[in-house]
Design a protein around this ligand. Structure first.
Ligand SMILES: *[C@@H]1O[C@H](CO)[C@@H](O)[C@H](O)[C@H]1NC(C)=O
Ligand SMILES: *[C@@H]1O[C@H](CO)[C@@H](O)[C@H](O)[C@H]1NC(C)=O
Ligand SMILES: *[C@@H]1O[C@H](CO)[C@@H](O)[C@H](O)[C@H]1NC(C)=O
Ligand SMILES: *[C@@H]1O[C@H](CO)[C@@H](O)[C@H](O)[C@H]1NC(C)=O
Ligand SMILES: *[C@@H]1O[C@H](CO)[C@@H](O)[C@H](O)[C@H]1NC(C)=O
Ligand SMILES: *[C@@H]1O[C@H](CO)[C@@H](O)[C@H](O)[C@H]1NC(C)=O
Length: 494
């Protein structure tokens, strides 16, 4: 496994630039052949069920038969009652023009009414009955193209076809001489009608895929203050049997009126991972994390008042009497509160195999003097954290660790005191209180734009330079899917 990861990591960072970097796309998602095959299996039986019954137009024919004369024949009420497509005998992969789905060895059952009449001497002879037709070895194929239309995905069927190998007609009743005439007269016609009826249904069914795409989340909400811009950028890329989608992916403020000038963000070259070991690859530029950080900062979410801690003695002036004697002298044995405010949007940086951030904050020391909160000093804290990243559900979560920090006294009403004196205590505070607090927040994670009803599974994470790449399989859970998805996805019986 390690060597596979290494290979992916290296190939991801060495791959030539394959999609345009000048575009404003910060998240790309690649569905591999394995993922396409999974999607195909989910929808194929449902699509087929929605085909039937299919009515085919009546066919009329007259043939001249020696000794009998002109026989007028009609086939009516031709109905395709069932179509069987086996998941194992069908494939889905991305071709040059779109996603190519091919099913071979499909079968179908038809029923029909037959009748004939002819004039013999002065009487009209007629007969009628029913017949069933079994179609075997049918091949179905279609190509679903996709393009970007005003930031949304549009699908269309660029090719579709149906080819029938073999028809087996069984007649109920009828004179034996008639059977061969019937088969000779109608076999090709029935074949052709079924082929064109099924081709038409495939095209119709694939058009419904479009409605499925409309249920893709357009916005992914983050803490009610930010949402991810899930606007598609460029047309999907079909490559190496996989398909890549690019979306904007940046977080923007929910208060659209209040759109701040987002800091200039540049996406690194995107990578195209088509590795079939996972169904889905999602690559997120560090700009995505920075946009989330930026919006949360702008929304004023990065303030924190600390007045209760597990070791409450920490927030009492008595504890600090040797480190900051003047504080104790002025406010003996008083409770304290710390007001921590991040002062600039934390900058997230992703290097090969690591992710980290620099957090600048002001720590305002307040003394709780009776009912009054008295600010006594303010210390600038610059901390660097690094972290590990994981996937929980459909979210990217992180866990941070403190790497280093520096302190600078901004102002004080209790005289000057040396940062080196309090460094040890601040270290304990950062490690035992701030970092766990930050982690409880990071555990909520950044949501990925996944259709409701589908969940990532067995995910692993790669971090080439400036990107987080998630490789995962996908599972489908009917009970949490939206109705329009449910109507597409049959069941998980495979
Ligand atoms: C036509 O075929 C269908 C399906 O076999 C059957 O249910 C229906 O009764 C038939 N209609 C006529 C008029 O024979
Ligand atoms: C479809 O497959 C099932 C199970 O293999 C079989 O029972 C059924 O008769 C098949 N139907 C057709 C139309 O071939
Ligand atoms: C969302 O992304 C698209 C494409 O990059 C961009 O044109 C649009 O302005 C973005 N919308 C917001 C609200 O940022
Ligand atoms: C904490 O600091 C922020 C920003 O400096 C300020 O708006 C807020 O009133 C302060 N709260 C307390 C309890 O000191
Ligand atoms: C604190 O405030 C409460 C209610 O606002 C008041 O009853 C109490 O007397 C105040 N105590 C002091 C020491 O100011
Ligand atoms: C599907 O989702 C429902 C509701 O969240 C949950 O109770 C159920 O266990 C899930 N099923 C599977 C197979 O994960």
């Amino acid at each position: 496994m390690a060597s596979l990861l290494l290979f992916l990591l290296v190939s991801a960072s060495l791959l030539p630039q394959l999609s345009s970097s000048e575009s404003d796309s910060y998240i790309s998602a690649t569905i591999s052949t394995k993922g396409l095959s999974f999607a195909k299996d989910l929808i194929i039986s449902q699509a087929v069920d929605s085909f039937v019954p299919i009515r085919i137009p009546d066919i009329k024919k007259s043939v001249r038969i020696p000794l009998v004369g002109e026989v007028h024949m009609t086939v009516s009420n031709v109905t395709i009652k069932a179509v069987n497509v086996s998941a194992s005998e069908s494939t889905a992969a991305a071709g040059e023009l779109g996603i190519v789905i091919v099913a071979s060895g499909a079968s179908a059952k038809l029923s029909l009414k037959w009748s004939y009449w002819y004039d013999s001497w002065f009487v009209t002879v007629s007969d009628e009955g029913i017949a069933s037709v079994q179609v075997e070895g049918m091949e179905l194929g279609l190509t679903v193209g996709m393009k970007n239309e005003n930031g949304a995905l549009k699908t269309f069927v660029s090719e579709s076809g149906c080819y029938i190998n073999d028809l087996d007609i069984t007649m109920d009743g009828g004179a034996s001489w008639f059977y061969q005439i019937f088969v000779d007269g109608f076999q090709d016609h029935i074949k052709a009608s079924v082929e064109s009826a099924i081709t038409g249904k495939i095209t119709e069914g694939a058009k419904k895929l479009d409605s499925l795409l409309h249920s893709l989340p357009k916005e992914v909400n983050l803490d009610n203050v930010a949402f991810m811009n899930v606007t598609f950028v460029n047309d999907p890329l079909f490559k190496n049997s996989a398909v890549e989608f690019n979306i904007n992916g940046l977080f923007v403020s929910s208060e659209r009126a209040d759109l701040h000038d987002a800091r200039k963000i540049l996406a690194e070259d995107s990578v195209f991972l088509s590795d079939g070991s996972k169904m889905l690859w999602i690559s997120l530029d560090q700009a995505v994390f920075n946009s989330a950080s930026d919006v949360l900062f702008q929304a004023g979410m990065m303030h924190w008042v600390v007045n209760t801690v597990p070791e409450q003695f920490f927030l009492n002036t008595k504890t600090w009497r040797f480190l900051i004697p003047k504080l104790y002298k002025k406010y003996p044995n008083e409770d304290m509160a710390l007001n921590i405010s991040v002062t600039s949007s934390p900058l997230v940086k992703i290097g090969v195999g690591n992710i980290g951030a620099t957090v600048n904050s002001d720590m305002l020391i307040n003394v709780l003097d009776g009912n009054q909160t008295v600010p006594v000093a303010c210390i600038a804290v610059e901390a660097t954290v690094s972290g590990s990243v994981g996937v929980v559900g459909n979210k990217i979560v992180a866990k941070a660790e403190l790497d280093d920090f520096s302190l600078a006294l901004k102002w004080s009403n209790i005289g000057n005191f040396h940062m080196s004196l309090i460094r040890g205590a601040v270290l304990i505070f950062l490690k035992s209180i701030c970092i766990p607090y930050l982690n409880s927040y990071l555990r909520h994670g950044i949501p990925l734009p996944i259709i409701h009803g589908f969940t990532l599974e067995d995910a692993y994470i790669l971090m080439p330079n400036s990107r987080v790449i998630v490789g995962a399989d996908v599972t489908y859970n009917r009970s949490i899917a939206a109705p329009q998805i449910r109507s597409f996805v049959y069941s998980l019986k495979y």
